[in-house]
Design a protein around this ligand. Sequence first.
Ligand SMILES: Cc1cc2nc3c(=O)[nH]c(=O)nc-3n(C[C@H](O)[C@H](O)[C@H](O)COP(=O)(O)OP(=O)(O)OC[C@H]3O[C@@H](n4cnc5c(N)ncnc54)[C@H](O)[C@@H]3O)c2cc1C
Length: 300
Amino acid sequence: MLVCKQNIDMGVCPLFYSAPSSVQDALAVLKSSRPRIIAGGTDFFPSQRAGCQDRNLLDLTRIEGFRGITQTASGWRIGAATTWTDIVKAPLPAAFDALKQAALEVGSIQIQNRGTLAGNICNASPAADGLPPLLALEAEVEIVSSDNRRRVPLSHFVTGVRKIDLAADELVEAIHIPTLPGDMTSAFAKLGSRKYLVISIVMVAANMQVRNGVVHQVRIAGGACSPVAQRLPALEALVQGMAVADLGVLDLGDDALFAPLSPIADVRGSAAYRTRAVAELCRRSLMQAATGGETIWTNV
Ligand SMILES: Cc1cc2nc3c(=O)[nH]c(=O)nc-3n(C[C@H](O)[C@H](O)[C@H](O)COP(=O)(O)OP(=O)(O)OC[C@H]3O[C@@H](n4cnc5c(N)ncnc54)[C@H](O)[C@@H]3O)c2cc1C
């Protein structure tokens, strides 16, 4: 385990940094000294505005088995130290295209190389780009402490703005995606004030199975339009059973289709703008998912 103790005589507190190589060591440190967990640090460090306030840090990125994506008997396991770039580069079925597309639009390449998917969901920002694709994949979060191991659906794990279902002695070990139909496709659409290095105004992810030109199964989730990203059950019910050819002329004028979203106005957009934008992004991502997607992975 890499441990670094430093007494920095610059008017700041002592720094204790540990980077264990086993989850047992990490959990022991967590239990004994209640450090602040970090992975890529891309949310953590910018949040420490007046110098580093959390002086006791537990870095999860060196733990064996925490980085990478593996296929399991029940689906897919994404380790907690898996970066956005790892996701883009991984050979994954088309159902993961939305997640890959989201990964390519997170910050810049430098942020994608450091930032992790688990860090994104644990940070629990309403604008976290990882949440809609993971909700559409029906992801579960695997949580460990030195005494317990549990799995929680992602939809229950993020409970509010910057709020997650995680005790002080627990950490997220992995994100699990249950087995997916082989013919499932997906798409992601993000609206920002520019293409890169931008916080989402609205984003949408859709996963779909099409059989004989008809939508057989659909999952659609919207983000940045409510405290926590949400699946859209009324829209899913409307689209299920529709002919793919009709998706382009889908009437999305009824706001009830977008419950339980509750867009707010902020510096990035008004509530009315978000309401219109989410409808348009839903249409685009549904059509893209239905046609198998046309995304070209360019920047890795
Ligand atoms: C310039 C810039 C641009 C960005 N652009 C985007 C963007 O476009 N879209 C977007 O969604 N985000 C963006 N972000 C935010 C950030 O990069 C992502 O949310 C990233 O995925 C966070 O991952 P991380 O590993 O760096 O998290 P960290 O900063 O290491 O951690 C974030 C939080 O999660 C906790 N945490 C991390 N891992 C675990 C774990 N395994 N168990 C328990 N708790 C844990 C930490 O304690 C901390 O509270 C941007 C950030 C920057 C600085």
